[in-house]
Design a protein around this ligand. Structure first.
Ligand SMILES: *Cc1c(COP(=O)(O)O)cnc(C)c1O
Length: 393
């Protein structure tokens, strides 16, 4: 078999992640690899920490990128904070709450599930009931931006409730960081993790995490070792927290971190609040186009994420046929439904660099062409004009 260099096609990535990576970030990834203990590299690491503090709106000293994807950030939070025997209240309103439950169990903890329908935000009343019914619980865990459904939950309210009942909080911000309002310090979030391939528009494979002083106290007060050697923050911080005294823990993904540095720099240049506003405006423009075509959102307006738009698939259409035509004819990737929503919804991402006018026009135009070509009943001829009107007022 002959093989040659792999040259991927140029796609437009409007699914649930990875999102379009900006050329500036791709270029940064290809810069020369240097040693991960090189003083020049260590200087860049300090900048990454400061830039992550900016993105999370926190002064937490323990703010760093875990060298693995978002799922590893999740695992880092649970492995460090959940001890055998701990009771953890886990909110589930989509796929990712289910993974939190798995993590609690694998750390030897006991999960208490608070279930909400897929497509709904986490209900604070149910959380309060669970906190009252389980006074021995010590952690509340939930997802801010549920990428499987496009629903956003109210971090501030949920964290306040947890603290009133003496619980720490673990928050999944994989899809929210850089895309929607998130204030780690103002909202007193204790432990939080994110990912690089959603609204930061960086290559996949890194997971920023941040722990506050309360979370660190819980970690320091453990009576058992963190069961994962790789994720034990007591050990990792000798590398990430050590300044010029850093010692070897694992070989940092040097080039991936160049990419993250560039992505965070771009976020700071744009301004975090401006990035949130861009995601919001572009969501409204996409929505104008999709609704004109006749598609409806599955999440109530007040709880909708701007960066992840879940719409019902019009009746009579084959999910996979439409998505493969978009991919093959337009180089456009949109996401399928997960779990109970498989075959029922499309998930259209407007994350980071993917959240821009030309992508919205491409997506709405391509959907219009493919759907009408397949004989679906769509209102043709008006959707792009509605997108333009929304974008330009
Ligand atoms: C994507 C995602 C994850 C997992 O991130 P990976 O980088 O795929 O491991 C976790 N939580 C949420 C809400 C996500 O959207």
């Amino acid at each position: 078999m002959t093989m040659k260099s792999f040259n991927p096609p140029v796609r437009t990535l409007m699914g649930p992640g990875p999102s379009d990576v900006h050329p500036r970030i791709l270029e940064a990834l290809s810069r020369p690899t240097i040693g991960h203990l090189d003083p020049v590299f260590v200087g860049m690491m300090d900048e990454i920490k400061a830039l992550l503090q900016y993105a999370f709106k926190t002064e937490n000293a323990l703010t760093m990128p875990v060298s693995a994807p978002g799922s590893a950030g999740m695992e880092t939070c649970f492995a460090n904070l959940v001890e055998p025997g701990d009771k953890v209240i886990v909110c589930q309103n989509g796929v990712f709450g289910g993974r939190m439950k798995e993590n609690v169990e694998r750390c030897g903890g006991t999960p208490v599930m608070v279930q909400d329908e897929w497509g709904k935000a986490v209900d604070p009343h149910k959380v309060e009931d669970a906190l009252k019914a389980n006074p021995d619980a010590c952690i509340l865990a939930f997802v801010q931006a549920e990428t499987s459904t496009g629903a956003q939950s109210d971090v501030k309210t949920l964290v306040d409730l947890a603290h009133r009942h003496d619980c720490l909080t673990i928050v999944d911000a994989v899809t929210s960081l850089g895309g929607t309002e998130l204030r780690v310090d103002d909202w007193h979030v204790d432990a939080i993790y994110s990912g690089t391939q959603k609204c930061l528009s960086c290559a996949p494979g890194i997971s920023p995490v941040s722990f506050n002083e309360r979370a660190l106290q819980k970690l320091k007060g453990r009576s058992t070792k963190v069961q994962s050697w790789f994720m034990d923050l007591n050990l990792v911080t000798a590398y990430w927290g050590g300044g010029q005294q850093r010692t070897y823990h694992h070989t940092a993904p040097v080039n991936a971190l160049y990419g993250l540095h560039e992505a965070l720099l771009m976020l700071r240049e744009e301004g975090l609040e401006n990035a949130w506003e861009r995601h919001r405006k572009n969501h409204l423009a996409l929505r104008a186009g999709l609704e004109t075509l006749g598609m409806g959102f599955i999440v109530a307006e007040a709880d909708r994420l701007p960066q992840l738009n879940a719409v019902s698939i019009p009746e009579g259409l084959d999910d996979a046929v439409v998505r493969s035509r978009l991919l093959n004819e337009y180089n456009l990737e949109i996401g399928a439904g997960l779990g109970t929503l498989a075959g029922k919804v499309w998930r259209i991402g407007l994350m980071g660099h993917a959240s821009r006018a030309e992508n919205i026009l491409l997506c709405v135009g391509a959907l219009e062409a493919v759907l009408s070509g397949l004989g679906a009943r769509v209102d043709t001829g008006n959707a792009l004009a509605e997108v333009q009107r929304s974008l330009h007022g």
